[in-house]
Structures are given as C-alpha cells and as structure tokens.
Design a protein around this ligand. Structure first.
Ligand SMILES: Cc1ncc(COP(=O)(O)O)c(C=O)c1O
Length: 391
C-alpha cells in the first residue's frame, strides 16, 4: 500500500518491543557489548553500512537519534540526514565539510545574519573568501565564479527580505562549473520544497522552527546526497556536532503534526496577507501578489508557503512604525519563529546586517511577522487596532 507522507508521520517510529506508540528516549554515553568480538562485529557493520545506525560510542547517537534521521531522510528524499544541536550547527557543518583554506564561497546576499558573519568575517581568518550575489540577478553569481569557487550557499527565501530565487538555474550554473551547492530551506522545509531532488548537494533546516513547532527545543538537520556524504560524515565525526536524544525525541514528536501545523500556518498567513494587502503603506514580502517576481519563483518550486512574512512599510515617521509594532497584543517580540505562536520584529540594521544588494529607502521600514496558529480573525483584529498608530 502506498502511504502518503502525512500518514507515514503518524504511523512511524512505534516501539513494538515496549508496546508504546512512541519510541523510547535512549540516553547513552557508553554503548555496551557482550565481548570485544561483538564490538568489532558492530564496527564492521558500520563500515559496510554507514547509514545503518550501528554505534559503538554515545557521541555517534542512539536509536532515538537514528529514528529521527530515518524519518527526515524520507521527508527530504535524500541519501542521508545528519542532525546537529542547532540549526546554525548544520549551516556550519555544511560549509566546514567541503570548504578548505584557499577556497571561495559564493553566497546569497540575504543569508541569515549569523551565516553572513561566519562566511564574510570568521572564515576570512582561515583564508576562505566569500562573495555575495544578488538573489534577483544570477549574473552576479555566475560572474563571481573563479577556479577557487568550491561552494554556492543559497538561502531561500532570503532572510528578512524574502527574495525567492530561481533555484533550478542556480543548480544548473553550479553543475556547469562543477561547484557544490548548499541551501538553507528552513522557511519552506521539505514539506514544501525538496532541494536534494532539485539537485542541491546539501539542504539545511533549523529543526528549532517548524519541525519542533513548540518553541521548546533546538536542533538542526543537514540532508545530503551520496556525492558529499563521506565528506560530511568525516566533518561530523571530527566536530562532534550531533544532536542529543532528548532533543531528537521532541523533534520526532513535533514532526507528527508538521503537515497539520504548516497547512494551518499557510492558511492563516494567506488571510493576514489578504488583509494587509489592502493597506497602501504596506508592501508584502510574501508570495501573495500573483504578478510579482517573488510569486513566480515561489510557484515554480514550492508546493506551499509557511507563516513567516515581511512587511515593507512606507512612512516618514519611524516612531509610528515602532508604535504599530509595540501596540500588537497577540504578537510576541522574539527571534525564533516556527512555533505555534505569532511573533513580530522590527527589522533594524542589527537584523539585516551590511547587505550589498538591499535597496531600502530612508522612508521604508522592515517588519517581520510570524503568523502562528491562533484564530486568524483575532490576529486581524489585533493588527487592525495597532495599524491606527501607523502614520
Ligand atoms: C533561516 C535560518 N537558518 C538558520 C537558523 C539557525 O537556526 P537555530 O536557531 O536552530 O540555530 C535560523 C534561526 O533563526 C534561521 O532563521
């Protein structure tokens, strides 16, 4: 019987041994064996089948982390998925696995700001140069390729400005020049976009966000194809960047309802977007307006949209923008999105960083909404009362 992924998420990872519908949390630093002979047997199995869940030491994982990796590998349609203690750990692992001193990276200008600091500043100290491309002009990407280019790092959509890029074109440029590719797919998750199927070598998701869904756990996942698997495995081993079993359990629990929550985030976000689109001071940074470039690029690759959106607000009165944000009652002020609750942020320089291709006029201000799972009518009523302050 062919099961849809929605059904798979509900029925997977049962524990028939203990007769429980959820898997146990196996915590172990020491894995014990009957004898030295049995240790060697396990090590041989691990060598023969490196994705098979054969461990001889707690840092390699336990059955709890292995179950999560197996679920995510299916969701990603990938060769394997590595799990890390944070989403940013997966960003680091992807880059560290394939880039060496003397190499160059080409990264999307609107990457998540810690990713920018890592590539632009930190890696520079290791003689690794990063060039940033304009997400709306891929000629700036192709022009930046040199013999030293090792990796193209994409984030889609771009952080804060929500730029949707031509992902297929990026993959074909990378293949033409034999360059590896990585994408941060936290916004869409593989529920809406499967980057490995599209041809990316590595795909990152911050599991802290929609996977866990309840704002109480941190984690990251890095899906890979066969080509880069050994490189990432070696880097994972040497850095010890592995997720613990308690966090793996919570993320597995969150995944049970990933589809239900994301569908609801999408429906709520659509209603809020429809309401906001009537306001002349606001330009929506969300795939909503049918004839926009962002909409076309989103539609081309995604099967749905999540709950994170940007608002570009035109106003000569920054205090009124602040007042609008501060008057919201149902939207908390906070960074880590993807949970059940709605959030708001006024995106100032600290959030957007020193981008090269962001043209924001003096009277334009960025506000980010994460649309949660509340009743959308309540959210609209809240936004309506706060909008009275916008001048
Ligand atoms: C797009 C994106 N990638 C990666 C991360 C990092 O994830 P984590 O907070 O789990 O380290 C974030 C966090 O906000 C993010 O927004």
């Amino acid at each position: 019987m062919v099961k849809s992924f929605k059904t798979f998420l509900k029925h997977t990872a049962k524990d028939f041994h203990n007769q429980s519908v959820n898997p146990p949390v196996v915590r172990a630093s020491t894995i014990i064996f009957k004898s030295m002979k049995h240790i060697r047997k396990t090590q041989k199995k691990a060598q023969k089948n490196p994705v098979g869940g054969h461990y001889d030491y707690g840092r390699q994982g336990t059955s709890t982390t292995y179950i999560l990796q197996k679920i995510l590998t299916k969701l990603e349609d990938s060769y394997h998925v590595f799990t890390t203690p944070t989403g940013f750990g997966s960003v680091f692992l992807a880059i560290f696995s394939v880039v060496r001193p003397g190499d160059e990276i080409i990264a999307a200008d609107p990457v998540y700001s810690p990713t920018r600091v890592l590539t632009q500043d930190f890696l520079k100290e290791f003689n690794i140069k990063t060039i940033f491309y304009n997400p709306h002009d891929l000629k700036t990407l192709e022009r930046s390729i040199t013999k030293k280019t090792k990796l193209i790092f994409v984030e889609n959509p771009g952080s804060n400005t929500f730029d949707f890029q031509d992902l297929g074109k990026i993959v074909s440029i990378a293949k033409k020049y034999k360059i590896l590719t990585a994408i941060d797919n936290t916004w869409g998750t593989p529920y809406y976009l499967k980057p490995i199927k599209l041809g990316f070598d590595m795909s990152i998701v911050s599991a802290t966000k929609y996977y866990s869904g309840h704002s109480d756990v941190m984690g990251g996942s890095l899906a890979v194809n066969k080509k880069v698997f050994q490189k990432v495995k070696a880097a994972e081993k040497i850095t010890g960047l592995r997720l613990g079993p308690d966090d793996a359990y919570l993320i597995t629990r969150g995944l049970r309802t990933l589809d239900v929550r994301l569908d609801r985030h999408r429906e709520n976000a659509k209603k809020i977007a429809a309401f906001l689109s009537k306001n002349k001071k606001i330009t929506l940074l969300y795939p909503f307006k049918k004839n926009s470039m962002n909409f076309r690029m989103w539609k081309k690759y995604y099967s749905g949209a999540s709950g994170l959106m940007g608002l570009k607000i035109k106003s000569n009165n920054i205090n009124s923008v602040r007042k609008f944000v501060n008057s919201l009652k149902l939207f908390g002020y906070g960074y880590s999105w993807g949970g059940f609750e709605s959030l708001v942020l006024h995106q100032e320089f600290r959030e957007t960083g020193n981008r090269k291709f962001m043209n924001l006029a003096k009277d334009e201000h960025l506000v980010r909404f994460h649309i949660g799972l509340e009743d959308p009518n309540d959210l609209i009523a809240d936004i309506k009362q706060a909008l009275r302050h916008l001048k």
